[in-house]
Design a protein around this ligand. Sequence first.
Ligand SMILES: *Cc1c(COP(=O)(O)O)cnc(C)c1O
Length: 204
Amino acid sequence: MLEYVQGEGGVVALDKEYIDAVCEMCGQRDILVIADEVQTGAGRTGKVLAGEHYGRKADITTLAKGIAGGVPMGACLFGEKVENVLTPGTHGSTFGGNPIACAGGNAVFAKLNSEGFLDGVNEKAEYIRKRLAECSEVECVSGLGLMIGITLKTKNAPDVVKKALENGLLILTAKEKVRLLPPLNIDGKELERGMDILIDILED
Ligand SMILES: *Cc1c(COP(=O)(O)O)cnc(C)c1O
C-alpha cells in the first residue's frame, strides 16, 4: 500500500523508477497493490488520479477527502483482479454511498471532468511554484500539482503557519515543511492574495 505523493510524510512525490520496481515485484509475487489516493486523488495533483502521472492503475485505490467537496465520503476503486471479491452488501460503510454524499461526489466529478478545469489546476500550481522560486527564504519545493511542500532556509514551519493564520491564510505543515493544499477552484485573485501573505511572512 503506497501513496504516490506522500502527504503527512512530507509531500514527497515518489520516483517513477521506485513505483515501477514495487509494482513489478508485486506482479511477480501475485501481491496486490493498493494506492492510497485519499489526499492525491480527485484532481489534487493536476490529474484525476495521481497514478496517471506514473502510468499506473493500482489493484485497489482508496479515495476520500476531496471527492465530495467537503461532504464526508469515502470510496474504493477495484481493478480487474479484485472486481468480484467484494459483492454488494459485503463492505458496509457509515459514510459510504448515501444520496447526499453521492450528490456531492457527482458535483465534484462534473467539475473535474469539465473542459479545461484540470489545466486550470496545473496553471495555478505553476503560478505558486513560480512565486516560491522567486522567494529568497525557500530552499526547495516538492509535491505535484496543488499538493505543495516547501523547505525553508532559516524559518521554522510551525511559526510560519501561525503567522499566516494571524494574517488570514490557512496553511499546514508536513514534517519540517510548510504544506499548501489550496482549493482546486480557488480564483486567481484569492490565490495571488494568499501568496502575497505567505511571501511577506517568509521574507520578513
Ligand atoms: C486523510 C488521509 C487518510 C485518512 O482517510 P479517512 O477517510 O479519514 O480514513 C488516509 N490516507 C491519506 C493519504 C490521507 O491523507
